[in-house]
Ligand binder design. Structure first.
Ligand code: NAP
Length: 308
């Protein structure tokens, strides 16, 4: 007798609508199309006609629907994958067209603002499970996505109080099938943690690139600086430029929507930077060595937990 094929697990969702088809949305679409057990059908929409033309050429959606209201009709899961600053307008536009019992989720990098902006606009019969996959690159747009983006990465879910556990579990299962490890977290805690591990490092990278650029335009006496920055970038600056190449709209929205936590972490960082400056000024070698040693330990921990 021929060996029977292992049974394919049932898709988590019948119709998954992705709103925003950049790096994250197109990665989810590609995985769903490849595996077929995330959703039986993948519908995508985007505010940009050029993006949707590109999605058609790349062929990772079952259906492309330029009309936002029509894109969510019949969907049992709607995932917001646009910059978080666009969420309120999107939620207002889709709310009347959501199916009863549908799950609305998202991938936004901030969670308190998403709950504030989206939650009140959704009909009572719709479940809301905010999520944040901790995976990304400095590239954006539909060409940037790939199927292994979420492999071995965390996805944090921040369901508001009272969310049906079954809805949270369905979103968790989607991310597990996409390759992620899932953890449920309080949204305020999420925003504080992400402020230090992601948002502040981006702020520093954008700032240091700006500082270097300003040096190049400050006057004839240091005119050579811009070419020197490019020529000698291998020495640490290059790593900052990779982060600083990230999408300006997405990061503008992250900063403005995690203002309190980001400013708090920036204040703490500034104090610590001042302490380091003082140690350098006064030749406090032990302090400097201790701080560098702590950095090495953190890097080692990341390598050991395979998150490097
Ligand atoms: P992206 O590559 O720039 O894609 C965002 C897409 O959304 C673009 O195609 C954009 O079109 C579209 N869009 C903008 N406003 C829209 C609207 N009102 N309705 C429908 N589509 C709209 O960005 P991304 O990196 O995928 O980020 C998407 C979300 O994931 C953000 O909320 C971000 O915070 C979150 N996230 C990002 C990362 C990362 O590292 N990139 C990691 C985790 C989570 P236009 O280009 O024409 O504006």
């Amino acid at each position: 007798m021929p060996e029977s094929e292992p049974a394919q697990p049932r898709p988590v969702f019948q119709r998954l609508t992705l709103i925003g088809t950049g790096l994250i949305g197109s990665s989810v679409a590609r995985i769903a199309r490849e595996r077929r057990d995330l959703a039986a059908e993948v519908v995508v929409t985007d505010s940009s006609a050029a993006v949707l033309d590109r999605v058609a050429a790349l062929g990772f959606a079952d259906r492309i629907e330029p009309d936002l209201a029509r894109s969510v009709a019949g969907a049992d899961c709607v995932m917001l994958c646009a910059p978080v600053g666009a969420y309120a307008a999107i939620a207002a536009a889709i709310a009347p067209h959501l199916e009863p019992g549908a799950i609305v989720t998202d991938v936004g990098s901030t969670k308190v603002s998403v709950i504030r902006d989206v939650g009140p606009l959704l009909p009572r019969r719709v479940h809301f499970v905010p999520a944040h996959p901790l995976a990304g690159t400095e590239y954006s747009g539909p060409d940037a996505g790939f199927t292994t983006l979420f492999q071995g990465r965390w996805c944090l879910l921040t369901p508001p109080d009272g969310t049906a556990p079954g809805a949270t579990e369905q979103v968790a299962e989607l991310w597990r099938r996409a390759g992620s490890m899932v953890e449920v977290m309080d949204p305020v805690h999420h925003d504080r943690v992400l402020a230090i591990v992601s948002h502040l490092p981006h702020l520093i990278a954008f700032t240091i690139c700006g500082t270097a650029d300003d040096l190049a335009t400050e006057g004839a006496s240091i005119e050579a600086t811009r070419s020197e920055v490019l020529k000698f970038a291998a020495t640490g600056f290059r790593d900052f430029t990779r982060i600083a190449a990230s999408d300006p709209v997405m990061w503008r929205d992250v900063f403005l929507n995690n203002k309190d936590a980001l400013l708090e972490m920036l204040a703490r960082f500034t104090e610590d930077a001042q302490a380091m400056a003082r140690a350098v000024r006064w030749g406090d070698a032990a302090y400097i060595e201790d701080r560098i040693g702590r950095g090495r330990k953190i890097r080692q921990g990341l390598i050991e937990s395979k998150q490097a």
